[in-house]
Each structure stands twice: as structure tokens, then as C-alpha cells.
Design a protein around this ligand. Structure first.
Ligand code: 4IA
Length: 397
């Protein structure tokens, strides 16, 4: 490794300053070169689109099984049993992935479409009855919580644990900083609750969860694997969509011309959501671990070392995107790495897009103007780019 030539960056990407606004750090990382060295954590950083894309698709060289957080499972015991999807490589990864991609795939969602559209209409009717409200809890949180736990087949009790569980999980991919320490006292209780909900007899007979268990009966996965695959739905399916919806609501509240466009052409809702995922990157960062020595942009990453991929920086890399900081429904956002890329690419992306389509079309039908009505407040998380509060004012059509 030519450490001499490797630019070193001392900023803490998981510090509050960078979490509040990562733009400056992202630009510095991209400009430093194809690979930079993060002295604070002794890891390699990728922030350009080309290298992030290559690392995401190069699963043979950069493994997930050693964990996709800073913690290296080769040396450290994971805080929970590793995910069979996120924290696994082929071949072990493949059967659980195949099962889950069918359970939450486009065909399966057709069955839910009408009821989710109706649920969005009902929620939006209720919320926009007031001219000002906080769009983060009232829409971005309320909608996924209204439909997703039912779709999984969760029981009625304890659903308030879902968001705090995700909050801790997404913090845990970063360093053991103040954010993780704040969550630690509750983590065991939250994880125990989530694990209990994955049991067959806890799940309604017609939901995603029951279909995972049915796949085990068919022999597609083992009965030992089934509860962990259900856990992946509960881990990855709530906070992500909340902050994806938060991103698109923020985008429209700050871009009245784009809102007008969506209202004229509601078929743009899905493109708008993907553009918002590119523009905000609700999942900001993930790690991989070099499996053998591998070169990236002239730097050798030695076996066992962690690389940190800045999805949010790649999604605004001017080498890949024209006017990358603009939220623009005219662009084709496909190819963004906000859902990852390659064989781990978000298995739930069709769920997320359907949620967004339902919420945005219901809003577009009723709301002529949406604007910021107070100072939006960021919520700091080691992995998620999130809002705590998003006060908006709406004018009805
Ligand atoms: C899992 C990347 C993020 C959305 C994610 C988090 C957890 C899991 C998968 C994906 O537990 O499988």
C-alpha cells in the first residue's frame, strides 16, 4: 500500500457536525481522490460514484459477512446474530434473499396496492384538515406505521418498539459513540421484543411473515432461518421508509415548482421518490471488508480492512450527475446508489416506492401548495439522514 500518496481526512463522519450537514465533508472526500484514509477510524473511504458503485457490486472482493458497520466480525462479536441477508455473502446469502424478494416483490404487492392507496387517502384527509402540521410524525412516520406492521402480520402490541429498534440498529453500524451509548440501555429489551415477533405463532396467517414461514415449509430456507428473515423485514422496513418519505416531503416543501409538476403529472410520484432518495440518501453510509488484498483507484486495500462507502456523496458526485445538488423531476435518477447496488441492493425497494406513490398521490390530489412553516430539525443517526421535525403549511386545492 502506498500510504504516502493516500490523502488523509481527520474529520469524524459520525460526529454531530458532519451528521447535521455532511456536504462539505463529502466534497472534500470526493476531491481528495478515488480513495481517502479516515484517520479517526483507520478505515478507507470511498465517496465518488464510480468507486462506490464498484465496491457495492464487487461482492467477491468486498465481503458483507464481516459486518457492514465499523465493527469487524472477524475480530468482534456482533451485538445481535448477523442478518442472513445484510451480513452474509453468497452462497449463504442467496436462499434467504430469493425468499424475501418474492415475499415483498412487485407481484406480491399488487395484492396490497388498493388498501395502501386507500389508507393514504384516509390519513392525508385527516392530516391536511389542519393548515399546519409536523409532516415528520404526522405523515412520514404515521403512514408506514399504519400499513407495514399489518402487512408483515404483527400483533397489535408493542409496535411502538419498531422505530426505536431501528434507531439503535442503524446507529450500531457506526462507531460506539454517544448516539450508540444513549440507545444501549434499551437495546436488549427492544431486540428481545423484535425477536419474539418473528415466531410463527405471533404472525397473522396472511402476512409477509407467514409467507416466510411457508417458504421454510417448502424447503426454500430452513425453519431455523425463517425467524431471522422475518427480523430483516422488521429491521430494514420501518425507519428507512420513514426517512425516505421525510426526504421526499422535504424536497417538495422546498421546491414549489417541482410540486406543481407532480400535481400536473401524478405519474411522476415514483420518479420523484427515487430522485429524493438520490438527493438526500436516507441511508448514508455502509462498510464492506476486503476479502484478500484488492486495489481501488491505485490504492491496495489489504485483506480484512474496512472500507466506508459514502452513498450520499456518490449520489451527488458531479462526475456522474449534472447539477447534482438540484432536486429535479426532469432527471433520470435510476442508477443512484441510495438503495445500494448489486446483489444486496434493497430487497424492499418496491415496498418503499409503493408507500411513496400512495402518500404522494393522495397529497397531490388535495394540496395545491406545501411549504416549510418553521425551522426543520435534523435527527442525528450514525447511518440515517433523518428529520426530527418538518413543520409544513398546506393550501388545499
Ligand atoms: C437486516 C441497509 C438497511 C436498510 C438494512 C438493515 C437491516 C437489515 C437489512 C438492511 O437486518 O437484514
Amino acid at each position: 500500500m502506498n500510504t504516502q500518496a493516500l490523502p488523509s481526512i481527520d474529520t469524524d463522519p459520525f460526529g454531530h457536525e458532519a451528521l447535521e450537514d455532511p456536504a462539505e465533508l463529502h466534497a472534500a472526500l470526493r476531491d481528495a481522490g478515488p480513495v481517502a484514509y479516515l484517520s479517526r477510524y483507520d478505515v478507507f473511504a470511498l465517496a465518488r460514484y464510480e468507486e462506490v458503485h464498484a465496491a457495492l457490486t464487487g461482492w467477491q472482493d468486498f465481503q458483507s459477512a464481516a459486518g457492514v458497520g465499523l465493527s469487524n466480525f472477524r475480530h468482534e462479536k456482533p451485538w445481535r446474530p448477523p442478518s442472513l441477508l445484510l451480513e452474509a455473502d453468497p452462497p449463504r446469502h442467496d436462499a434467504p434473499r430469493a425468499v424475501l424478494s418474492k415475499v415483498v416483490g412487485p407481484r406480491a404487492l399488487r395484492r396490497l396496492r388498493e388498501s395502501w392507496l386507500a389508507a393514504a387517502e384516509e390519513l392525508v384527509d385527516r392530516v391536511v384538515a389542519e393548515p399546519e402540521f409536523d409532516a415528520l410524525p404526522r405523515l412520514a412516520e404515521a403512514f408506514p406505521l399504519r400499513i407495514f406492521p399489518d402487512a408483515v402480520g404483527l400483533g397489535p402490541d408493542g409496535r411502538e418498539n419498531l422505530l426505536p429498534y431501528g434507531e439503535f440498529l442503524f446507529n450500531s453500524f457506526g462507531p460506539p459513540n454517544d448516539l450508540v451509548e444513549k440507545g444501549r440501555p434499551d437495546a436488549g429489551r427492544l431486540a428481545a421484543w423484535v425477536n419474539e415477533q418473528c415466531a410463527r405463532d405471533r404472525l397473522a396467517p396472511d402476512g409477509f411473515g407467514a409467507q416466510i414461514w411457508a417458504a421454510a415449509d417448502r424447503g426454500d430456507i430452513t425453519h431455523e432461518q425463517a425467524p431471522l428473515v422475518v427480523r430483516s423485514l422488521l429491521s430494514a422496513g420501518v425507519d428507512t421508509t420513514v426517512h425516505g418519505l421525510g426526504a421526499v416531503l422535504y424536497a417538495f416543501a422546498t421546491h414549489p415548482d417541482q410540486w406543481e409538476r407532480l400535481r400536473a403529472e401524478p405519474g411522476l410520484a415514483r420518479v420523484a421518490f427515487d430522485e429524493a432518495v438520490r438527493w438526500q440518501s436516507p441511508v448514508q453510509t455502509f462498510f464492506r471488508t476486503a476479502l484478500g488484498d484488492h486495489e481501488i483507484g491505485g490504492t491496495t486495500i489489504p485483506d480484512g480492512r474496512k472500507i466506508l462507502m459514502f452513498l450520499g456523496a456518490a449520489n451527488r458526485d458531479p462526475r456522474r450527475w449534472d447539477d447534482p445538488d438540484a432536486f429535479d423531476l426532469s432527471r433520470d435518477p435510476s442508477g443512484h446508489v441510495g438503495f445500494g447496488m448489486g446483489l444486496h441492493q434493497c430487497v424492499g425497494q418496491h415496498v418503499a416506492r409503493l408507500e411513496a406513490e400512495a402518500l404522494l398521490t393522495a397529497l397531490a390530489r388535495r394540496v395545491e401548495r406545501i411549504e416549510i412553516a418553521g425551522t426543520p430539525r435534523r435527527h442525528h443517526n450514525n447511518t440515517l439522514r433523518a428529520w426530527e421535525s418538518l413543520p409544513v403549511r398546506v393550501a388545499l386545492a
